[in-house]
Design a protein around this ligand. Structure first.
Ligand code: CO
Length: 634
């Protein structure tokens, strides 16, 4: 057997698993040439959460990062992780976006595209595989590994054979939760090697400690490539350390041939970085190791814990962890990986917190049941499906066939800011966050511009009239965050809407607008979601002074928030609000959304009546039990 080859994940999965993906490009640059000298099979540097975190938290252009790395790493192939039809996002995109994204990623430096679908529904990889083949780059398709009564060795083999038939240049076993035992690894790799004519790669996570043994048994079975990370970014929920694997295989027939000394030099760089930035070591907590029971991957577990903390329900985590396998079974045993890990976990949390199973189901759970994420490994339990979507039909075609092309629209919508096709793609994938990032980038380009993020107590006043509208972003950017606007009679609601649109594209957090009888509070939405959010919230709203409840109204029904979260008045940023004050609503009608635990939960009216008051601003946090809306019952 040949030397085993190694893919280094330090620059993607390593810091995604342990450091919340917060390594910046400048953290990487000083060590890239050394990494390039090691002789790795490939470097995983892009995809997964890196794209989202770059624009959302690091104010970095992910495309720029890729080009920078490519500029320094001359010898080693660069690799990315692609979530099939979801690319680097959380929802399916139309084929035209998939094609364009892959074309541009290849152009900017990606050599190997590793793709997976959370449900092993190979239809969700069709477009991506075809697009990668069209670029002439290496298309690696993954078999997502999980344990369930239906995930037999035969299922994994069938999936791999289908992917090979579709053109995959290699197959990756993707064990995102670290569930693959050493003996299962041996059996699986051996079977794939016997039945396929392409390289087999193993990606696993350390978590419960199986990974090192699993890699060694896989090596025995003939695996071609394995994934590891530099030791400061290994262990815990990350990959096993490269240093251990190199040493373990030294002088065997699978010797990696890598130089330990060079690896320690690299480890030293990352260890200094870790200490300097206060990043964590890879540690396995018992709750993480309980992945053997609940299968929730490491990244999701810490997310779940912090969400339970937010809900002030940490004492109920055991109930949730027991509920997850039940929900998973009822939902057709999906492997738990983005986005199914979020979908199953949130439903389990809601089932526990609401005191009634499936009483509240987020939109994503409904979409999953509708078949919009693909086909679950086994059908969803009939009575559960009925409970969640009633008699709604279930989609049986490839989900992306139902999505309209989007490139042209994204191009037009982002025309004002986008400087390149790459920018248009960034916008298409994360519209809200992209606009904010573009505005930041633009502002940074103007040296004379004041710092818009600093909080300045001085109130500036600006005359805004029809003749002198706030027509440019610069006008807005030059204001301090607390600036107030004074308008005149000419300033109508349309002007204000325009103003809000402009505000929306800046970093200003709050503005007040005073005009005669109107008192409008315009708040820049600070809560633009984060990396695991599935839908972008509305961005700004106009809150008129609440209309007084008509005299004689007898019965006011309070609509309370069922959990700690964020209130949204509309289903999407561009959409009108679900309800306005004075609207008539019927029982069962959606009133608002409370976003909690990364998902959007529609809150429905329990009674019919008239909306008497809305007590929460769009995109504002709400507490458990907080009254959000009053309905005058009749
Ligand atoms: Co991983």
């Amino acid at each position: 057997m040949k030397n085993i080859k190694i893919t280094d994940t330090s620059l993607r999965d390593g810091h995604q698993s342990l450091w919340a993906t917060r390594m910046t490009t400048s953290d990487m640059i000083p060590i890239l040439d050394k990494i390039d000298e090691v002789g790795y099979h490939s470097l995983e540097v892009w995809g997964g959460a890196t794209f989202d975190v770059c624009i959302r938290y690091l104010n970095e252009d992910p495309w720029e990062r890729l080009r920078t790395i490519r500029g320094i790493v001359k010898k080693t192939p660069l690799q990315m992780l692609l979530r099939g039809q979801s690319l680097v996002g959380y929802t399916h995109y139309p084929d035209d976006i998939v094609e364009k994204f892959i074309e541009k990623a290849a152009e900017n430096g990606i050599d190997i595209f590793r793709m997976f679908d959370a449900l092993n529904d190979v239809r969700n990889l069709e477009a991506a595989l075809k697009a990668v083949k069209a670029t002439g780059k290496h298309a690696q398709a993954s078999v997502v590994y999980t344990i369930s009564p239906v995930h037999t060795m035969q299922h994994f083999l069938d999936t791999a054979l289908k992917l090979r038939e579709m053109g995959a240049d290699s197959i990756c076993i993707k064990d995102m939760a670290g569930l693959l035992s050493p003996y299962a690894a041996y059996e699986l790799v051996k079977m794939l090697k016997e039945n396929l004519d392409v390289p087999i790669q193993l990606h696993t996570h350390y978590i419960g400690g199986l990974a090192i043994a699993a890699l060694l048994k896989a090596a025995e079975a003939g695996v071609d490539i394995v994934d590891t990370a530099s030791v400061p970014m290994a262990f815990g929920s990350s990959q096993p350390p490269v240093e251990t694997i190199v040493r373990a295989l030294q002088d065997s027939e699978r010797d990696t041939g890598l130089d330990l000394h060079k690896l320690f030099e690299i480890a030293n760089h990352f260890e200094q970085l870790r200490k300097h930035k206060g990043f964590e070591r890879g540690v396995t907590r018992i709750s993480d190791m309980r992945v053997f029971e609940h299968q929730v991957p490491g990244g999701m577990i810490s997310n779940l814990m912090s969400q339970m903390e937010e809900q002030k329900a940490t004492d109920r985590i055991d109930e949730v962890l027991a509920e997850i396998p039940r929900v998973r079974e009822e939902m057709g045993y999906p492997p738990l990986v983005t986005p199914t890990s979020q979908i199953i976990s949130i439903q389990a949390v809601l089932n526990v917190l609401m005191g009634e199973r499936y009483k509240l189901c987020p939109g994503e759970v409904k979409d999953y049941v509708r078949g919009l994420y693909g086909k679950p490994p086994v059908p969803i339990k009939e009575e559960i499906r009925k409970k969640i979507i009633g008699d709604e039909p279930v989609v049986t075609v490839r989900p992306a066939d139902l999505i309209d092309p989007m490139w042209e629209r994204a191009r037009q919508e982002s025309a004002h800011y986008a400087r390149s096709d790459e920018d248009v793609l960034t916008y298409a994938l994360f519209p809200q966050v992209a606009l904010k990032f573009f505005a930041w980038r633009e502002a940074r380009g103007h040296e004379d511009m004041p710092q818009i993020e600093t909080h300045n107590e001085v109130r500036e006043e600006l005359d805004i009239t029809k003749e002198n509208p706030p027509a440019t972003r610069n006008t807005i950017n030059q204001l301090s965050p607390k600036a107030s606007f004074r308008g005149d009679e000419e300033m109508n609601i349309d002007h204000i809407r325009e103003l809000i649109l402009l505000l929306d594209q800046t970093s200003i957090s709050e503005l007040e607008f005073q005009k005669d009888d109107y008192r409008l509070a315009l708040r820049k939405n600070r809560h633009d979601g984060d990396m695991t959010k599935m839908a972008a919230p509305a961005t700004a709203d106009i809150r008129e002074e609440p209309a007084p409840v008509p005299a004689g109204t007898i019965d006011l029904v309070e609509v309370i928030s069922p959990m700690v979260g964020t209130y949204y008045a509309a289903p999407s940023p561009d959409a009108p609000p679900f309800v306005k004050i004075g609207d008539r609503v019927e029982a069962g009608q959606t009133l608002c959304i409370v976003e909690a635990m990364k998902l959007m939960n529609e809150i429905k009216a329990e009674v019919s009546g008239v909306v008497a008051d809305i007590l929460v601003d769009n995109a504002q946090p709400v507490e458990y039990g907080q009254v959000m809306i009053l309905i005058a019952k009749n």
